[in-house]
Design a protein around this ligand. Structure first.
Ligand SMILES: [Cu+2]
Length: 236
């Protein structure tokens, strides 16, 4: 009896510990009768500006200026929003994704916003001044690299999914973002604010729309075989 009890306890513990790991691991499979999710990300509120005030290396970093905290184009279209399915256990194969690069150019992170898969990231300095790129998952450091001279390059690993904010410890106004997505069902919006995510297995999901100043907006969606679900969202 005691023996059986031990087996049950061990099995229950094993199942408990295995669950989160399985939930995090995305399985690639053949998708039959997939549906699509499409829409547009818009914003009609007042666009807040932030002040960029270079206090040193001004010959490289430029003058004081203001920049929008959200890129809004015609009809309220939001650029550089990242749209992805929050949780999906299995589905289409990951596409070929180039290794992400965080480039320091004129004291600006290029690109400002990008999407990546867990794995390596190259951090580059294209400026003749010291940058110290410091990435965070929330408050936890993701990487912290000094790039003392032009063409310095360091490769780091983005170990988990989530939003990585990059600051520069040398230039407090610098700001960049890498959204490490959990599955291949994602898209970063361009100037038209549109997104299109295809080959989704039919089912109910939560769509996440992330934008750097708004944060995450979650939308419940239902995908039907061979159909397109409209998931247009107005951020506020
Ligand atoms: Cu810097």
């Amino acid at each position: 009896m005691k023996h059986i009890f031990q087996i049950v306890v061990v099995s229950v513990l094993a199942a408990l510990f295995a669950l989160p790991a399985q939930a995090a691991k995305y399985q690639e499979m053949e998708v039959a009768d997939g549906g699509s999710i499409s829409g547009q990300v818009t914003y009609t509120g007042k666009v807040k500006m932030r002040t960029v005030l270079p206090t040193k290396d001004k010959d490289v970093c430029g003058k004081a200026r203001k920049e929008p905290t959200i890129l809004v184009g015609e009809g309220g279209a939001v650029q550089d929003a990242v749209v992805y399915i929050k949780e999906i256990a299995s589905g289409k194969a990951w596409p070929e994704m180039a290794r992400p690069v965080i480039n320091n150019v004129d004291c600006i992170f290029e690109p400002r916003v990008q999407v990546a898969k867990r794995g390596k990231v190259d951090i580059l300095n294209s400026d003749p001044v010291l940058h110290n790129s410091h990435g965070y998952y929330g408050k936890a450091t993701a990487f912290n690299v000094a790039l003392p001279f032009k063409d310095a390059k360091v490769t780091k690993i983005l170990k988990r999914n989530g939003v990585v904010r990059t600051d520069c410890d040398a230039h407090g106004w610098m700001l960049g973002w890498v959204v490490v997505v959990p599955n291949p069902y994602h898209m970063q919006t361009g100037a038209d604010g549109n997104f299109m995510i295809d080959n989704v297995p039919p089912g109910d999901y939560t769509l996440v729309v992330w934008q750097e100043s708004v944060g995450e907006t979650e939308i419940p969606i239902s995908v039907q075989a061979g159909a397109t679900t409209d998931a247009s969202v107005q951020l506020n």
